[in-house]
Design a protein around this ligand. Structure first.
Ligand code: ZN
Length: 267
């Protein structure tokens, strides 16, 4: 169940994914100094009407990150008021409880999901919740404490699509630093054909690869995942992909088209 926000871009105006360099040679580097882009979105056809209703959590400042500690006003342990300082020996601003002195560290969340393959088709769910209500996604949601990433991906697939699946292999890790999320997507196969939408889905369908509704996908991460998968299928070899989805520096926070996939690594 992915209820929180990831609206970096919906696919409505993302018309193509273009490979611009041989990513196999790309090494990790600091984004702020030298982003290495291997895949870029073409935002030229995005229309304002494609904005997702009621789902614009993007920051008001380009330098904002989702872990904005100034939004933490009270201590999660004792309820005391917080102050915002850089603790001794650290470099980042933290919310520190003025009563119990505990520091509220914020760390990214992991979203896990399955790219379910069946006879040349993939399983997608139409969302019945915000954000991105009515748009299509892979079954995915937040990993729970106590389960592995693969277990979480299978659970989410069961919850959202009523589908019993077996994980085949990891397929992609996509980091989204701006909002503090990491997507881990597994390839999976159906154990049987008995699937049906759960409460968070309006509909679940197997789509042939040339029928995937790229004009109505829910999230940039899903758009990227499906495009990488299609590229691999065309090449006849499914690989594991790592990449970082970044908002384009200097772009308007409200421009949900302005993202690129950086540091694309694959074997
Ligand atoms: Zn406290």
């Amino acid at each position: 169940m992915l209820k929180a926000v990831q609206i970096l871009c919906c696919s409505s105006g993302l018309t193509r994914l273009t490979k611009t360099r041989n990513s196999s040679t790309v090494k990790l580097s600091t984004f702020s100094t030298s982003p290495r882009k291997t895949l870029c979105f073409n935002p030229t056809r995005m229309s304002s009407s494609s904005s997702l209703p009621g789902s614009d959590p993007l920051p008001k400042s380009p330098t904002f990150v989702s872990g904005d500690v100034r939004k933490i006003k009270f201590c999660q342990w004792c309820g005391g008021p917080t102050k915002h300082e850089i603790p001794d020996g650290e470099e980042k601003l933290r919310a520190i409880c003025t009563r119990c002195a505990k520091i509220a560290y914020q760390n990214p969340k992991m979203v896990v999901g399955c790219l379910v393959e069946h006879e040349g088709k993939v399983l997608l769910c139409k969302r019945n919740i915000q954000p991105s209500h009515g748009l299509w996604t892979l079954p995915a949601g937040y990993l729970e404490v106590g389960e592995s990433a693969a277990e979480g991906a299978m659970r989410e697939t069961w919850e959202e699509a009523g589908a019993s699946v077996e994980v085949v292999s990891p397929f992609a890790q996509l980091d989204i630093p701006l909002i503090g999320q990491t997507y881990v997507i597994f390839l999976a196969k159906l154990k049987n054909l008995d699937f049906a939408p759960g409460p968070e889905s309006l509909e679940c369908r197997l789509f042939a690869l040339d029928e995937i509704p790229f004009d109505s996908l829910a999230f940039s991460s899903i758009y990227v995942t499906l495009n990488l998968y299609l590229e691999d299928v065309k090449k006849g070899k499914i690989k594991f992909h790592y990449g970082t989805i970044n908002k384009r520096p200097g772009s308007s926070p409200s421009d949900i088209r302005a993202f690129s996939l950086d540091y694309h690594l694959q074997p």
